[in-house]
Ligand binder design. Structure first.
Ligand SMILES: [Zn+2]
Length: 472
């Protein structure tokens, strides 16, 4: 055997071995261990990701909101079709996290039985990962402004995703037709595109107020800066947009939600059109935004040529994982944890509260400003807490906690919430106990933490309610 080749093989095996040991050590040390092993592996064996993924069909999911849920629904679809796959955990969506996921999944020789790699990738890291591996299918959920400190980056990120995808004409794109930013990728590129979206005349509870649309992203045409006109809105800047000046408009969707039959706090029953067939489906997650996630996953399965009945089965039985909406039973009541990280996601959770039938609501906000949460908390002023006035008949109590509890309390006060209804409780255990005490039997206490607050809170709940670690 050629010495150079032998050395290369040996180096790969040693790197995988070291990577696997680091994954175990990080986990043992309760570090979560999602990016460090990958970082070391890339240093020891540059380009290792290309090597480990050769022969696999690569599916990537990116975008601002919904990429984790969309990825997990696609995972469920793959399971339903009995397809072996490799995937990265939510949160580990930067390049090193992806490398870690591959090292964990392959054997010591770098081999795997999987035929597909399903990768959630941060939109800002997409072009970076394409230096190493290029997807066969790319799903882009949407583009929203993440936080105030990233305002200028929205168009920059879109441009970079577009520029990168333009280098690879073979990437099959799955795009949100209702997002003028996302859909522009399909307009500008020659790649094959499958669009998904929610059709005009679909009735939903958030359509009436337009959610103060003018304060949102992407108000002006990407091509000529004229103000878009809308035939209808779904949420944020999503909907039937068209530019009166240059004619850029929402493309027609290949996969679309044609009707919402019923919206419940746990699921939504819809009709969707897939290859000119109208199919009844249950999206086993609440809220309008999850219909988009289900449509994106359905579009992906269509591109892969998977049978639609398995897809319908998967989206009808999907349960959300860490951080999105986690339900923890607590003595006949429920704790519902929902991660909040940007204004649009936060707004959606508030809309979800309005859709609920609970006669009485207990809601807690835990706001931290550690590096992983974003240091600048002024984005809270972009969240429409004024909406909470719509649930005043449910006599809600609001608890605030976290490093920036006081700022959150001030924000609620400025939203017009009665200050007698706002309580600051810094201690998490006391917060959970008090909130549950006030919650009626079989009802839910909603807790909305930022990222690091979620980790701290789960640590407490893990002991209290015997929960699993989130990577299990
Ligand atoms: Zn225009």
């Amino acid at each position: 055997m050629n010495m150079k080749l032998l050395w290369h093989e040996l180096r790969l095996i040693i790197t995988i071995l070291i990577g696997k040991i680091l994954i175990v050590l990080c986990r043992f040390a309760k570090l979560g261990g999602t990016s460090f092993p990958g970082k070391v592996a890339e240093k020891l064996c540059p380009g290792i990701l290309r090597e480990l993924s050769s022969g696999l069909k690569l599916i990537m999911v990116t975008g601002t909101n919904g990429k984790t849920t969309t990825t997990r629904i696609i995972e469920k679809i793959l399971q339903e079709n009995k397809i072996q796959y490799i995937t990265n955990k939510s949160g580990a969506n930067l390049v090193n996290g992806v490398i870690t996921a591959f090292i964990e999944a392959v054997d010591f020789l770098g081999k795997t039985d999987a035929s597909i790699a399903l990768i959630e990738i941060d939109e800002a890291a997409f072009s970076k990962i394409c230096n190493l591996i290029v997807p066969h299918v790319l799903i882009v959920t949407n583009f929203f402004r993440d936080q105030l400190d990233r305002y200028g980056e929205l168009y920059g990120t879109l441009k970079l995703v577009k520029k990168t995808a333009a280098l690879f004409e073979n990437i099959k794109l799955v795009l949100n037709a209702d997002d003028s930013l996302c859909a522009s990728i399909g307009k500008d590129l020659k790649n094959e595109v499958t669009y998904y979206g929610i059709d005009k005349d679909v009735k939903h509870s958030t359509s009436s107020n337009n959610e103060a649309y003018d304060s949102k992203d992407a108000v002006f045409c990407l091509y000529c800066q004229s103000k878009y006109e809308y035939d209808y809105h779904t949420y944020g800047h999503l909907g039937g947009f068209r530019c009166p000046n240059c004619g850029y408009a929402r493309p027609s969707a290949d996969i679309s939600c044609t009707e919402i039959d019923e919206m419940k706090d746990t699921h939504t029953d819809i009709k969707m059109r897939v290859s000119n067939q109208v199919i009844k489906a249950r999206v086993n997650l609440p809220g309008l935004y999850n219909i988009y996630n289900a449509l994106a996953a359905t579009a992906c399965s269509e591109v892969l040529g998977l049978p639609i009945q398995n897809t319908v089965k998967a989206i009808g039985s999907f349960e959300s994982g860490f951080g999105r909406m986690e339900t923890i039973p607590a003595d006949g009541k429920f704790l519902k944890l929902i991660l909040v990280k940007n204004p649009t996601g936060f707004d959606q959770v508030l809309s979800y509260f309005i859709e609920q039938n609970d006669s009485n609501m207990q809601i807690a906000f835990i706001i931290n400003d550690n590096a992983a949460d974003g240091r600048d908390i002024s984005w809270l002023w972009d969240v429409e807490f004024e909406k909470l006035l719509n649930i005043s008949h449910k006599e809600p109590e609001f608890y605030v906690s976290g490093l920036r509890a006081e700022d959150m309390a001030v924000r609620l006060k400025y939203a017009g919430i009665d200050t007698n209804k706002i309580t600051i409780i810094k201690d998490y255990e006391e917060l959970v106990n008090k909130g549950l005490l006030r919650t009626q039997q079989s009802k839910s206490f909603y807790i909305l933490p930022t990222y690091t607050a979620m980790l701290e809170l789960r640590k407490l709940l893990k002991v209290k309610y015997n929960l699993h670690d989130f990577w299990e």
